[in-house]
Design a protein around this ligand. Structure first.
Ligand code: SF4
Ligand code: SF4
Length: 839
């Protein structure tokens, strides 16, 4: 399989590194005797690889000897085309095993616009969409993730759904399927056994009735699975390091799960309660381990509401104390206005590099009270003043439109008025207003609200922009209202929508969560073809109408949701439950499940273990230059030079090499890859230079570095030069490159093609120019089916891909199929060859 991929697929797709696997910290286990599970994120690699939930499950599953867990992501359309053209099934990254050979495929649904990608993955794997059409040997298709509270639109496609926290649930599902298959149980019997697991919903076991226009599944209720104590969950510190820059290109530490605040629109709040925090000591330990095992220089502290973490000041002080000296920074997601203060601002400034983001949600006090946001204008003013005084030049504020039933224009004008007022009272700070249409979500007090139409949403965004546009210190960004429209339909959708998803898929819908990919006209056609009125799903729902997700108990009781709705109508607030449970929501039993704050653990906040990166220090001065000679093969040949420098920076940290940082706002490790080759070209002769604070000698250097390197890299030598040193790309800026490639035409033809390439058109992304390839080629020969060429590499001259193209007619992509390989780089002194590494 790998051979076909290398020859027929990777050369022709963008970012082939998305599909090669072999990343540092990925796990390869033998399949024999093990139950095979593939975790799938139905979006592109760069997004999926960032997902914390999948990282945790991958780690937990692979720790169990009987289970082997691998990964797959949605192929980008160019990859999909190639797979279809060559009839190659979609495969797992680890062992390139076709997905239909797995026992279980576990899909993570982060939001509702991934459904056509989900079908595409099934189709590319030759697996029937509908559970009723699957055979005994087909894999079990399991869904989970943040939208597990209502996966009804894809219920006909899922064999089982893991509702709520996935850690214990997915393990129990896998074991049950393993036992069922070992005992030769039928698929139906296995599904019945899955339905006995706490938190597992098996849609095909439910009958259906239609009430008030909704398809309502009927059967036993399924209560969400909750992991009661995060301290007891095995968190993944050996996080996979992607081959392509990820959307969240940093390590992540889950600080807490759940939120105490109770904003009435917030699905995550009501479906992840109660709050469960990790202790400061555990977070520090996990952070140290994660940095040591990944080499990331930035860690993201993940929680629904990070500024509500009950020991935040202590945590930040400790993080600053233990990590800043090593150049490790932290990022915090969106902050709450009412928990941001001067002390926090000073600390945050020290440990983070990015801007400040606050979720305000509503422009007027009435709207903020309606949604139980519990913040006021003074909070906002105070926060912006603090941010400005502490040196921030900009802040980002999130708002929603369409929260209240009537008066959407007033909502919009409220946002405009608020931000203009802040901008005039706090001049000198740039405000970015990010606004989206409110989408009512299941299991929240607002689950029966109507959603603003896409057109109305667009009109309101225009109104906001018109009102603000004269103010040069306010930017407005908005979410595509047509995507919110689709998301709204599927958020509160029922099983009937499966018809529309199939129709949209058949018409070519893919990546519906991508602005540049979503095609609304196609969806409109799909709704008509499926006999569905999409507006039906956006309307206000009668208070007494049953809901398609009623059989899922996410935690908050129907009575509590009703009370919250009444309170919102009267503008009264519900208390945060961090210190006491004054308004019981239904999530806790106060026995096994209750809020757990960091302070409740017996803390031992000892300093870092002495061995924590003693050589990686931001204060180190560059006193030596390390020049490394290396070969890049297999996976590594697909990595871009920028991604390669990142991969190497992280390897150097993991190895605790005495690296140095650049100065400036965003310090980076002084490591430089000297020359760039096109993706897919191998090389036996590349040079990397690293600035060091200590001459550690090559034995110690390699003893530390080699064990942590990604596969496909081979180091051949190290030279250390004391300061002052000259970089190799200055010493040998212009040099000769010796390379070879597989020949498919006879040598005479190659020679004559070169002779005729006096007017070769060299193309770059920005320009074209005519060059004579003969001016650059020094020698050309053939040996055992290979063409060997030495040419002069000079700025503006011929490149390796130009020469191959000139003598074979193979452009850079197709040239990869000829296995091009750099053999050596050298200069000539008095006609004597001197290898660059020896210059
Ligand atoms: S603070 Fe509000 S919006 Fe944020 S997670 Fe908590 S409940 Fe949701
Ligand atoms: S039951 Fe009480 S303490 Fe538990 S999550 Fe609900 S409101 Fe908070």
């Amino acid at each position: 399989m790998l051979d076909i991929l290398e020859k027929e697929v990777f050369p022709y797709v963008d970012k082939p590194a998305r599909y090669i696997g072999g990343e540092v910290n990925s796990i390869i286990k033998g399949h024999e005797g093990r139950t095979k599970l593939a975790l799938i994120f139905p979006d592109v690699y760069e997004i999926g690889i960032s997902n914390l939930g999948l990282k945790i499950l991958y780690h937990i599953l692979n720790k169990i000897d009987e289970i082997v867990c691998e990964r797959a992501y949605a192929p980008w359309p160019d990859m999909e085309d190639k797979l279809r053209e060559l009839a190659i099934p979609l495969y797992s990254l680890e062992t390139k095993t076709p997905l239909n050979k797995f026992d279980i495929l576990g899909f993570s649904f982060q939001y509702e616009l991934l459904y056509t990608n989900f079908l595409n993955i099934l189709n590319l794997s030759g697996i029937p969409f509908r559970t009723v059409n699957r055979g005994e040997d087909d894999p079990f298709i399991i869904g989970g993730g943040p939208v597990s509270g209502n996966l009804e639109p894809v219920a006909h496609f899922l064999d089982a759904i893991c509702v709520g926290d996935g850690e214990s649930c997915i393990v129990e599902i896998t074991i049950k399927i393993r036992e069922g298959r070992q005992e030769n149980k039928s698929r139906l019997k296995i599904l019945e056994s899955l339905s006995e697991i706490k938190g597992v919903y098996v849609p095909s076991l439910y009958s259906e009735s239609t009430v008030n226009g909704y398809v309502i599944p009927e059967g036993k209720k399924v209560r969400r699975r909750i992991e009661p104590d995060l301290e007891k969950i095995d968190f993944i510190t050996r996080q996979i390091i992607p081959n392509v820059q990820a959307i969240q290109d940093r390590a992540v530490i889950e600080v807490a799960r759940g939120c105490t605040r109770g904003c009435r629109f917030c699905q995550a709040c009501f479906t992840y309660r109660p709050v469960r925090e990790r202790s400061v000591a555990t977070i520090l330990k996990l952070a140290r381990q994660t940095v040591s095992e990944t080499g990331y220089r930035e860690l993201s502290l993940i929680s629904l509401s990070i500024s509500d973490y009950s020991s935040l000041n202590l945590l930040i002080n400790k993080l600053d104390e233990q990590f800043s000296p090593h150049g490790i920074s932290f990022s915090l997601p969106s902050l709450r206005l009412d928990s941001f203060n001067s002390e926090l601002a000073v600390k945050i400034k020290e440990i983070r590099k990015s801007g400040l983001t606050f979720a305000v949600e509503g422009g007027t006090q009435a709207v903020r009270d309606y949604i139980n946001k519990g913040v006021n204008e003074d909070d906002l003013l105070s926060v912006i003043n603090i941010a400005k005084n502490e040196g921030w030049k900009s802040v980002k504020l999130y708002f929603m439109i369409g929260l209240v039933k009537d008066g959407v224009a007033e909502e919009t004008m409220g946002i405009a008025g608020l931000v203009k007022k802040i901008s005039s009272l706090v001049p000198g700070i740039m405000i970015t207003v990010s606004v989206a249409v409110f989408i009512p979500k299941p299991h929240t007090p607002f689950q029966r609200h109507r959603q603003l139409s896409a057109k109305d949403g667009k009109d309101e965004f225009s109104r906001l922009i018109d009102n603000i546009k004269k103010n040069k210190r306010i930017n407005v960004r908005y979410n595509n209202p047509y995507m919110s429209y689709l998301e709204g339909i599927f958020s509160r959708g029922d099983r009937r929508l499966s018809l529309a998803i199939e129709q949209a898929y058949a018409r070519g819908a893919r990546f519906d969560g991508w602005n540049e990919k979503v095609n609304l006209a196609l969806w409109e056609e799909a709704f008509i073809a499926g006999g569905i009125d999409p507006e039906f799903y956006l309307r206000e729902i009668d208070a007494d109408s049953p809901l398609p997700w009623d059989m899922i108990e996410m935690g908050a009781s129907p009575l509590f949701l009703e009370q919250e709705l009444e309170r919102s109508n009267s503008g009264s607030l519900t208390k945060d439950c961090s210190s006491a449970c004054e308004d019981y929501c239904g999530n806790c039993d106060f026995d096994e499940i209750s809020p757990r704050l960091a302070g409740s653990y017996n803390e031992n906040i000892a300093g870092p273990a002495e061995e924590f990166l003693p050589e990686v220090l931001i204060s180190s001065k560059p006193l030596f230059l390390g020049r490394l000679l290396y070969a890049k093969k297999r996976e590594m040949k697909y990595i871009s030079p920028t991604d390669f420098e990142e991969i190497m920076s992280r390897a150097l940290i993991r190895a605790d090499i005495p690296v140095c940082y650049s100065s400036g706002f965003n310090p980076h490790i002084r490591v430089e890859s000297m020359w760039a080759l096109p993706a897919g070209f191998e090389s036996d002769y590349e040079v990397l230079e690293i600035e060091l604070s200590r001459d550690m000698g090559s034995d110690e250097f390699f003893a530390r570095l080699l064990p942590v390197l990604p596969s496909g890299l081979q180091f051949k030598g190290l030279k250390i030069f004391p300061f002052p040193y000259t970089k190799i790309n200055r010493l040998a800026k212009d040099h000769f490159i010796s390379f070879d490639f597989d020949s498919f035409i006879d040598y005479k033809t190659v020679e004559s093609k070169l002779a005729a390439s006096g007017n070769y058109v060299k193309k770059t992304p920005k320009s074209e120019k005519i060059i004579n390839l003969n001016d650059f080629v020094r020698t050309l020969s053939s040996d055992e089916g290979k063409i060997i060429c030495d040419y002069y590499q000079i700025e503006g001259g011929a490149r390796i891909q130009d020469i191959i193209d000139g003598i074979t007619g193979y452009g850079v992509r197709k040239a990869v199929t000829l296995n091009p390989r750099v053999i050596e780089r050298y200069i000539l002194k008095n006609d004597v060859k001197i290898s660059i590494f020896d210059v």
